[in-house]
Each structure stands twice: as structure tokens, then as C-alpha cells.
Ligand binder design. Structure first.
Ligand SMILES: [Cu+2]
Length: 68
């Protein structure tokens, strides 16, 4: 399963690295592609192990906002 989330608050490559790291740390996440220009995170994950609420929480816990 794949999801694309709008991430607000990323301002530099460090932010991209942080968001990428926390998403990859979520159990069940296979692939992460975060774009600073597009202000979004594209995630491929195993729906049996995780879901958008957990991905969203990981991003928010890292200090960024996820647009609905
Ligand atoms: Cu930054």
C-alpha cells in the first residue's frame, strides 16, 4: 500500500532527513521518499503492520505537521 502525505514545516535537507528517518523507523514501512520542494512524504508500507495514522503520528512526533 502507498500513501502520500502533505508535510508542513520542512525547511531544509535536515528536515527531509529527519522525516525520512522517523518514517523508516515505523514498523511495516518499506520505502520512504520525502520531497522538500513538494512538501510531501511518499511512503510504501505493509497495511497489515501499519497505516496512515501511525505514519502521521511519527511525522508529528518529529515536530512537523501533516495536512489532512
Ligand atoms: Cu530543516
Amino acid at each position: 500500500m502507498e500513501a502520500t502525505m502533505k508535510v508542513q514545516g520542512m525547511t531544509c535537507g535536515g528536515c527531509v532527513a529527519s522525516v525520512t528517518r522517523v518514517l523508516k523507523a515505523v514498523d511495516g514501512v518499506d520505502e520512504v521518499d520525502v520531497s522538500l520542494d513538494a512538501a510531501q512524504a511518499h511512503v510504501r508500507y505493509d497495511p497489515a503492520r501499519t497505516g496512515v495514522p501511525a505514519l502521521r503520528k511519527a511525522i508529528e512526533d518529529a515536530g512537523y505537521d501533516v495536512a489532512a
